[in-house]
Design a protein around this ligand. Sequence first.
Ligand SMILES: C[S@@+](CC[C@H](N)C(=O)[O-])C[C@H]1O[C@@H](n2cnc3c(N)ncnc32)[C@H](O)[C@@H]1O
Length: 200
Amino acid sequence: MLLNRIEKALMNNPVRAAVQRSVEAKRLLEMGGRMSGGRALEVGCGRGVGAQVILEQFGAEKVDAFDLDPSMVELARRRLARFGDRARVFVGDAARIDAADATYDAVFDFGIIHHIPAWREAMGEIFRVLKPGGKLYAEEVLRAFLAAPLMRRLFEHPREDRFDHAEFRAELERRGFRLLASRELAGLFGWYVAERPRPS
Ligand SMILES: C[S@@+](CC[C@H](N)C(=O)[O-])C[C@H]1O[C@@H](n2cnc3c(N)ncnc32)[C@H](O)[C@@H]1O
């Protein structure tokens, strides 16, 4: 689901970029470690700050990044042009990821899965495109935040079948992930690092 005007303004500003760099990326790095090279995917890249963080802070060699909203993709393309062929940006849908099975060493979700009506399918897609041994790094907004009356008034999100911390963890496991670490803040936000296991 596309962002409304208010949420778009909140996402496309320097405060959001600073939080993404110094709080969210830092926490996910502590939980899951750096990539040391390899190929990463960011689902719902917005204006491209996350993809930049993936290259600069997580140490990916290359990143593919996509978003449902062509105007966000355009902003991300401009931001990431300085990285040349290390960054590729395109319009896409996380519920139907345009990539072959087992393509990526890591997939990043900076707060987008709660925007997807068919979020469970998106989790299956992320599992599919990860290589065995690859990791999902996810930062998510939980049901209690989305259901708060003020948030409902300000933002537009799908209302059916949203998730809390336990349900997000359970869906990861149901899809075949091995959960490596997770944290929750006041039932409102969650952070997750999970691995697609190698065949034994
Ligand atoms: C809350 S914003 C987060 C943007 C960015 N990840 C960040 O942290 O600044 C959610 C983004 O997900 C995108 N989005 C929503 N549904 C999507 C889907 N099914 N597939 C890909 N992107 C989607 C929206 O267009 C928006 O840019």
